[in-house]
Design a protein around this ligand. Structure first.
Ligand SMILES: Cc1cc2nc3c(=O)[nH]c(=O)nc-3n(C[C@H](O)[C@H](O)[C@H](O)COP(=O)(O)OP(=O)(O)OC[C@H]3O[C@@H](n4cnc5c(N)ncnc54)[C@H](O)[C@@H]3O)c2cc1C
Length: 292
């Protein structure tokens, strides 16, 4: 079991359930994800079956109600899960953040009952991998400038444009994509792997987040039927509320990264001075040292 310091007595503010959730994710990360992470980062590839492993551990869409496959947990529990995943590696937390906050959340908040039943349980179990397409080649910090277009075509629509720097693009089964319709309103579109006119080239040679796969989402006259449009949103509120949820989890992740760096530095200094490590069996490793 990995032990951490608690100088500010944060643990006293957590319920027994929250402490249990944190411990179970901590054990899962140290047993299943930390051993392969260094090799995956060096090879610039993801941990095999990462999403299924995260799903089995209950780390995906924890705040989604159980009726749709989630755990129905509070936001503090979601934050603790993100903290623990980031202690393993930022790439692991990124995968879970995207799946939970950027894919499951918009389907839950803005999707139809059919869309929720079709996608959420499989996203919660990790059977499906999701991605979120907002950033475009000419629009990163200013997503309102988006150029991707959803044009009416008979009973459905045509989607044209591209998104880049998209986490999980090369492996995603479903992408939540944001585009402007004929009346310039921002619509959420569920693009599924295998649709004609949809491709996901990978972005290689990243210098960071190397155990996370990143790529583009390219739409070329892609036909979208009405059932793949999120019905409950038609403005920037859609993508921005997803970013709010993701940023909340990411801020917990930053705490996880800080805890890991502190432990690594402490372990290193104790080992270097032949002193007993109070955090044993947390072991100093080359990978952890590199993170500092
Ligand atoms: C590994 C990785 C994964 C990602 N995953 C996703 C994903 O899953 N989905 C997705 O949609 N996007 C994703 N992104 C994209 C990310 O959201 C964008 O990189 C981000 O929004 C910034 O956009 P940009 O890269 O175009 O930078 P720019 O907008 O070009 O910004 C460059 C710099 O200029 C500064 N800047 C920009 N505008 C202003 C201004 N008005 N005033 C002052 N300073 C300014 C910025 O702070 C920044 O320092 C990912 C990016 C990375 C690197």
């Amino acid at each position: 079991m990995r032990i951490t310091t608690d100088y500010y007595e944060i643990d006293d503010l957590l319920s027994a359930d929250q402490l249990l959730i944190r411990q179970s994710i901590r054990d899962f990360v140290s047993k299943e994800l930390e051993p392969p992470i260094e090799d995956c980062a060096q090879a610039h590839t993801e941990i095999p079956d990462l999403m299924k492993k995260l799903g089995k551990a209950g780390a995906l869409g924890s705040f989604i109600p159980s009726a749709y496959g989630g755990a129905g947990l509070d936001q503090l529990s979601y934050g603790l899960i993100m903290q623990e995943l980031e202690m393993g590696d930022s790439a692991i937390r990124s995968a879970a953040s995207v799946q939970s906050s950027l894919v499951m959340y918009p389907i839950f908040a803005f999707g139809s009952e059919e869309q929720k039943r079709k996608f959420l349980p499989k996203l919660a179990s990790g059977e499906l991998v999701g991605s979120f397409g907002l950033t475009e080649p000419n629009h990163g910090s200013d997503p309102a400038g988006m150029e991707t277009r959803l044009t009416k075509d008979g009973k459905g629509y045509r989607l044209n444009g591209s998104k880049l720097w998209i986490t999980n693009a090369p492996t995603c089964d479903v992408a939540v994509v944001w585009a402007r319709d004929d009346s310039k309103k921002v619509r959420g579109v569920l693009v599924e792997r295998g649709m004609d006119g949809f491709s996901t080239p990978e972005t290689l040679h990243k210098w960071s987040l190397r155990a996370s796969r990143t790529g583009e989402l390219v739409f070329d006259e892609l036909y979208i039927s009405e059932e793949n449009i999120l019905p409950e949103v038609n403005s920037m509120r859609g993508p921005l509320s997803c970013l709010n949820s993701a940023r909340y989890g990411i801020s917990w992740g930053a705490i996880g990264a800080a805890i890991d760096c502190y432990q690594t530095a402490l372990s290193y200094s104790l080992i270097a001075n032949n002193l007993e490590n109070p955090l044993l069996p947390f072991n100093f490793s080359k990978r952890n040292w590199q993170k500092c």
